[in-house]
Design a protein around this ligand. Structure first.
Ligand code: NAD
Length: 339
């Protein structure tokens, strides 16, 4: 006998870093309410970091491993990028992907738990009926990651995830990825204990465009290491904020230009302040964009603590999206849209 469901589809949005018992309850709740379940996996293509160690593909494999083949027939996975500085694009992307699967069907439930202010997004889809699941056991993915990556009693993390995921996590500890992430966690943990006034609350980033290219660096500091980033400068209390993007260029790419000449090519500035853009403290990026009007790419050289400086074709930056530091990919996108 076919069960009768209240909704045709339910949408469950999450990062699932990692998929834990609270998430499992949420999906079981969704399966009792609707015929089909669409899982929206957020943070697609984000580089692996403290907030999100695992790729969309890894997360999908883990979630799938918790369900039977028959259950899986009812579940679709959709990958959605964050659009931290373009909320409308994110909302339209979620709605668009759901409508592709749904067609004209109108009976949609959005299922989740309003755990804190970051859950505001559960209220931006008024066309879907929101169903609150309630909190399951106070389980929290951030705590699980901290125990897993930082604690000597890392085994305790396994109590909060489905058994099959705990086995995967156990094996994952032997990988090179784990080692890198663990050192990132340890660094963040160590620096977070510094006095508030010693933390990098404000940085300046420079976005330099020339002939359809953008200037990127690979820095050696513990957080940016291994990722492509925009030239960056940590703003000190008595710095003039207006000069700091130029300093980022001077320090990290030894740009073959006088500051005055660069400043003539200044186009637009913006403050990027997404709450979780930096894992240690609230950090704002005072970014300035320059557009050089030249017929060849000016020579750049590695600054101190820089491993590599490179002009990258703007149209090809997306190929390195999952290797970009923090929100720098999205900062570039913001300038391209608003210039
Ligand atoms: P999450 O993995 O932390 O949680 C997924 C769901 O499970 C949420 O509804 C959460 O409240 C619920 N949940 C967590 N613990 C629970 C427990 N113990 N019991 C019951 N339910 C529990 O995911 P999240 O961070 O809320 O995911 C939102 C995603 O949407 C993120 O990827 C975020 O980046 C994305 N997003 C993007 C934008 C943008 O780019 N503009 C805007 C909003 C959201």
């Amino acid at each position: 006998k076919m069960p009768v469901y209240r909704f045709e589809v339910s949408v469950v949005i999450g990062r699932f870093q990692p998929f834990h018992n609270g998430h499992l309850k949420t999906l079981q709740f969704a399966m009792a309410k609707s015929k089909k379940i669409i899982i929206i996996l957020g943070g697609y293509m984000l580089s692996a970091g403290v907030r999100g160690p695992w790729s969309a593909e890894e997360r999908t494999t883990l979630i799938r491993s918790c369900f039977s083949p028959n259950q899986l027939k009812r579940i679709s996975f959709v990958y959605v990028r964050d659009r931290l500085y373009d909320e409308k694009m994110w909302i339209d992307n979620v709605k668009g992907e759901v409508s592709k699967i749904m067609g004209d069907e109108k009976s949609v439930a959005l299922i989740g738990h309003e755990k804190d202010s970051s859950s505001y997004y559960l209220r931006v889809f008024p066309e879907w009926e929101f169903l609150e699941t309630g909190n399951y056991d106070g389980i929290n993915a951030t705590d699980i990651r901290n125990i897993y990556f930082l604690s000597r009693d890392y085994n305790k993390a396994y109590n909060f995830v489905p058994k099959i995921i705990s086995l995967w996590l156990k094996k994952y500890r032997k990988t090179e990825h784990f080692r890198k992430l663990k050192s990132m966690y340890s660094y963040v943990h160590k620096i977070s204990k510094n006095q508030e006034n010693n933390l990098p609350h404000n940085v300046a980033n420079a976005v330099v465009f020339c002939m359809g290219y953008v200037l990127l660096v690979k820095a050696k500091d513990p957080l940016r290491k291994g990722f492509y980033s925009l030239p960056e400068y940590i703003i000190k209390d008595n710095d003039n904020r207006n000069d700091c993007a130029l300093r980022a260029i001077e320090n990290e790419s030894k740009f073959n230009f006088t500051a005055e000449k660069l400043e003539l090519n200044f186009k637009l500035q913006h403050i990027f302040d997404y709450a979780d853009r930096f894992p240690i403290c609230k950090q704002k990026s005072f970014s300035k964009c320059y557009q050089l009007n030249l017929n060849s790419l000016p020579a750049v050289a590695k600054g101190k603590n820089i491993e590599k400086v490179e002009w990258v074709l703007i149209n090809d930056v997306y190929l390195r999206e999952d290797q970009m530091y923090a929100d720098h990919y999205q900062i570039i996108q913001w300038f391209l849209k608003n210039l």
